[in-house]
Design a protein around this ligand. Structure first.
Ligand SMILES: CC(C)(COP(=O)(O)OP(=O)(O)OC[C@H]1O[C@@H](n2cnc3c(N)ncnc32)[C@H](O)[C@@H]1OP(=O)(O)O)[C@@H](O)C(=O)NCCC(=O)NCCS
Length: 185
């Protein structure tokens, strides 16, 4: 008797390659770098959910969440690495959120990588994956209004501010991008 496989769950979330980056599946081997670059760094965590949590435990929880997102293909989550030497830089995700009825774009990089356009490059690759491969009609992003690099990334991609929402227990600005606006941007 053959066992029926779920074709959606079996489908791989692809690696995403840009000019300078490779976005690939995160693994438990990344946890140490992930904690030192993001979850254990108060500066990187300033505008991030989990900033009051214990970094190692929080990182392990996010890894579990990312694996679940990938396995259920809802829609993707990646470690961001530097193409030239494979170094771990941070993460990006495009995760469906029931509460808002559409997928959320999220990203973070270790501070040694800030200010060189990597955040915009990674976010654009994830948005392109969402619209061109996963066929989503809209993507949202939430930011603290004070997090200028983050809302600048969203605006570069064509996102527009829609309203204030409560997400992750914070009051955040909700930005959204349609496929059409992304193609035109
Ligand atoms: C948000 C983040 C990913 C941006 O990454 P980055 O690689 O530095 O972003 P980029 O280099 O692509 O820059 C994006 C824009 O922000 C601007 N910017 C960068 N650093 C800035 C700063 N300290 N203050 C104001 N603007 C800044 C850049 O000039 C660029 O805008 P421009 O193209 O109009 O000049 C990075 O700051 C980060 O990981 N922060 C911690 C985690 C986080 O807050 N994630 C977002 C949660 S919503």
């Amino acid at each position: 008797m053959s066992v029926m496989q779920d074709p959606i769950a079996d489908e791989q979330v692809p690696d995403l390659e840009t000019e300078r980056l490779v976005l690939r599946a995160p693994t438990p081997d990344d946890l140490g770098d992930w904690v030192s670059q993001i979850w254990g760094d108060p500066e990187a965590m300033r505008y991030m959910p989990g900033r009051d949590e214990e970094p190692e435990a929080f990182a392990a929880g996010v890894l579990d969440f990312f694996v679940e997102v990938r396995q259920q293909r809802q829609l993707g989550a990646w470690a961001i690495t530097l193409k030239s030497d494979g170094r771990f830089m941070g993460h990006a995700m495009l995760a469906y959120r029931e509460a808002f009825g559409e997928p959320e774009l999220g990203y973070a990089l270790g501070k040694e990588f800030w200010g060189a356009g990597y955040g915009t490059e990674a976010a654009r690759a994830v948005a392109a994956y969402g619209f061109e491969q996963a066929d989503v009609p809209r993507i949202f992003g939430v930011v603290f209004p004070e997090n200028e690099p983050s809302w600048r990334i969203l605006r570069h991609l064509g996102f527009e501010y829609e309203r204030d929402v409560t997400h992750y227990g914070f009051e955040l600005a909700y930005y959204a991008l349609t496929r059409q606006a992304f193609i035109n941007s």
